[in-house]
Write a new protein. Sequence first.
Length: 509
Amino acid sequence: MARPFHAAAARVRRLHRSPASEASGGIAPATRPWKRAFGLLAVVVLGAWLGLLVVGNVRVPVGPMDTTMTLRPSVSGGTKINVSPLGALELDSHHAPLRLDVDVDQLDPERSQALVKHPERLSGLQDEVTGDVATGTRELAVRACVAVVSGATALGLVVYRRPRRALAAGGLALLLLGATGVSAYATWNPKSVLEPKFSGLLSSAPSVVGDARSIVTDFDVYQRELARLVTNVTKLYDATSTLPVYQPDPETVRVLHVSDIHLNPAAWHIIGSLVEQYDIDVIIDSGDTMDHGTTAENGFLDPIRDLGAPYVWVRGNHDSQETQDYLRKTKNAHVLDEGRAVSVAGLRIAGTGDPQFTPDRTRPLGGKASEELAGTRLASAIRDQKRAGTPVDIAVTHDPTAARRTDGTVPLVLAGHVHHRVNELLPLGTRLKVEGSTGGGGLRAVQNEKPEKVRASVLYLDRPTRHLQAWDEITLGGLGLTTAEVSRHLPEEKLKEPSPSPSVPTPSP
């Protein structure tokens, strides 16, 4: 942190330089009191901010969760609770130039299971959480005082090189922090918890637990819902706590594989959240994004422009040529067909569209034969790429029948179509990965007796070798369900290798 302090000190010194002193290189005292006051205030604010960045956080257990509480400078104040990768919720809890960030690092399996096994403890959960938050807030307040005073004093000493001025900066920082605390206390809004702002996958929370105000009047109903939610979220964290030891690091390329969205608009929200939470480098869609492939449906594809990662797509049997032409003109999209290959995020990806267009679920003559022919042509194009010195890392088709024809020409081939996952090592060494429906079967899913689950996968590839190192299978409950599960998988050959020492931890879900 020495560099930020010296940089801040240099900026403040320039505020005190007079024209005469610039020529001689010295520092002359400011001729106007307001300049001195402004310079001191700049030192205090910068020093306090740097102090908070360094030590302005505490780790606190809150109920069944392990959290990190942090104070951050803010214009509007408030409280933000981050639950990665599910999303975040914001509370308009207070108005002051400080915001409280609460990061849920992990859900403790033992404490969570205790709540699930003994639902009667939920009646005392509110008091327990309140006590934990109060303890954490007190500890954070003490640490914040130390942080702002130390930061302002240290920067004051660097700038003024006079202990008295430095102590004055530290005292003023403490005074400003006290005033901020009084402002937060005076504007504290305990009802803000009833009107949270949800983002990410948590945006569905209000529909899950109902109106927050109804919790007060129907607390027994809320207890049962909370027990169910704790069970589901515990499954998520239990899955990650028992994952294999592989950890993705900066040398990893993260690929999000989606398929068979079938015109479900909720899929874009899910994909956008996963891109952000998992820091995705490229999205690969193995087709059936549409349902009937009509021109009127094309506007459904517009959110692809703003997903935050390149979008590689192949045509499915529910996607028309008009759909493909529209997407080809869409910013951020890469359309693959007839063996075309693109280089994205350091990967060489080739693919072909489905040769059949059957939005009414009919199967024309020669259905399987046409798929095999499309796969054979893709395999030939991949061999041509290798001879040209640009070997393909990932092949993409819609139908697994076509994907199998690429065996031996590429390390990894992705497909969809069947609405369930398949992971198979083909005879000649190519790994076939088939994704389920990221749209939960689409809008037609409401016709089914049971809701179809929403599925997507995050593939981790080694950047130097571009080989698959591991993958996370993400499964969410379909319409009307609240389950969320993440499971880590390793290729068979990785399971036989000694575990590497990770340099960067996996993001907590």
